[in-house]
Ligand binder design. Structure first.
Ligand code: PLP
Length: 429
């Protein structure tokens, strides 16, 4: 399969080239030259086929032989090494729990697949690879978990000191080994600026292979289709409405790609917090970017969502087709908090703030339009301290956390100073 740039000014790339390159030079995003159509026999029999086999059928046309089938199966198998249960909260609404992986959020799936692809493609190249990740909390841990212990790869995580949750900090600071965690005395934007500067540094690039493991990489984007198939494997009845808590819109774009390939979904809902660029665009047609505002569902605090262009591309830029396939809604923190309280008191189900936005969107949609549906529970409630404040409990701590609490903290506190990071990378060469 070839991947073209959505800006159409860069040369097309193979799967391997697109994974290693990350983003086309023209600033667009890679998009598959064609959207594979899955055989209807696969869709019909899906519930009786192991998820790994379904996932392999989904991803194989995109990889197009750049990874041999037995290795690809192993990568898919390792990526899907934890359960993705669909939990019914009521007759109408089910939660697809995507938080049973190593860092308790859905990014484990994309990051796990991508790290294994990079590992496969990087093997034997001889040059040291540095994966530089700026994180506001969720991404850094998922990427580091994917690369931890991998020979030839050094991971540098930058996070804003004191601005991540207790559990996120535990996850970010207890890897050690080939993962170096830097607590920057600054904001997430400062961390991102440092990461960008390192990735653009000519001397560093001459001496090592630097990559961002960015969320727009196709190896993080495409495997997110897997769990929509997992949802439908566990679903009975007419095609569901699916609500996706959205920030950068990669997750939703993957679901819509899966539907375009033949997965039966009645409609998608983009569930957003107060960062409402996409809902405003869907409802008024005007696409104006605004700086991100801080909310309690902070992994969705994105002012300029990268993957919207991919969603548009799926429909060949046709606004009408897009509108019939997807609705979009924005909710305030107050509405999110109220939903967490309501769902806990009625269903005894603990929502994290991201899942709560997803729940609210599907509940409102189904109340108005009828039908049944699914929302994606994108993170474990234990990851967000606000859950304790709002509903008084975060539920049972997963066992993996108890282990982390016993590990020594391994992080370095630094000023908001790119040269400190640069020196640290040079010292590792
Ligand atoms: C990243 C993230 C999101 C947003 O996903 P996008 O693909 O960026 O839209 C939602 N919820 C959680 C918990 C996340 O970590």
């Amino acid at each position: 399969m070839q991947f073209y740039s959505t800006n159409r000014r860069s040369a097309p790339a193979s799967f391997r080239e697109a994974v290693l390159g990350g983003q086309p030079d023209d600033g667009g995003l890679y998009f598959p030259a064609e959207i594979p159509q899955l055989p209807s026999s696969l869709i019909e029999r899906m519930a009786s086929i192991p998820l790994v086999d379904v996932a392999l059928e989904v991803i194989r046309p995109y990889v197009g032989g750049d990874i041999p089938d037995d290795r690809l199966r192993q990568i898919v198998d390792e990526t899907l090494s934890f359960p993705l249960p669909l939990v019914a909260l009521s007759e109408r609404i089910s939660a697809l729990e995507l938080f049973h992986g190593p860092t308790l959020a859905f990014k484990d799936i994309g990051a796990g697949f991508m790290s294994r692809c990079l590992r496969y493609f990087g093997g034997g190249s001889g040059r040291r690879t540095f994966v530089i990740v700026a994180t506001s909390g969720d991404t850094g841990g998922a990427v580091a978990a994917g690369f931890h212990g991998v020979e030839g790869i050094e991971v540098i995580i930058l996070f804003p000191k004191g601005k991540v949750s207790r559990v996120q900090e535990l996850q970010l600071t207890t890897f050690g080994g080939n993962v170096t965690t830097l607590e920057v005395r600054g904001t997430f934007d400062d961390c991102q600026a440092i990461a960008k500067q390192m990735l653009a540094d000519a001397e560093l690039n001459a001496r090592a292979h630097l990559t961002s493991a960015n969320s727009i990489n196709i190896a993080r984007w495409l495997p997110q289709q897997f769990y929509y198939f997992a949802a439908l494997q566990q679903w009975q009845g007419a095609p569901p409405v699916i609500s996706v808590p959205s920030g950068n819109f990669g997750n939703l774009a993957a679901g819509m790609l899966a539907a375009r390939s033949g997965l039966p979904v009645s409609r998608f809902i983009a569930a957003c917090n107060s960062n409402d660029v996409v809902p405003r665009f869907m409802n008024t047609g005007s696409y104006d970017l605004r700086p991100a505002v801080a909310t309690i569902s902070n992994a969705m605090d994105v002012g300029s969502p990268s993957n919207l262009v991919r969603i548009s591309e799926i429909f060949g830029g046709d606004r009408e087709q897009l509108s019939s396939a997807m609705a979009a809604k924005s909710y305030s923190d107050e509405e999110t908090r109220r939903t967490m309280v309501d769902v806990y008191s009625h269903c005894k189900y603990i929502l994290d703030p991201h899942g709560a936005v997803g729940y609210l969107a599907i509940d409102e949609y189904l109340s108005a339009n009828g039908g049944r549906g699914i929302f994606l529970a994108t993170a474990h409630p234990v990851k967000f301290d606000v859950v304790l404040d709002v509903i008084g409990t975060q539920g049972n701590e997963p066992e993996s956390l108890a282990d982390l609490a016993h590990k020594p903290k391994q992080s370095v506190e630094i000023d908001n100073d790119p040269s400190a990071v640069r020196d640290m990378i040079l010292a590792k060469l």
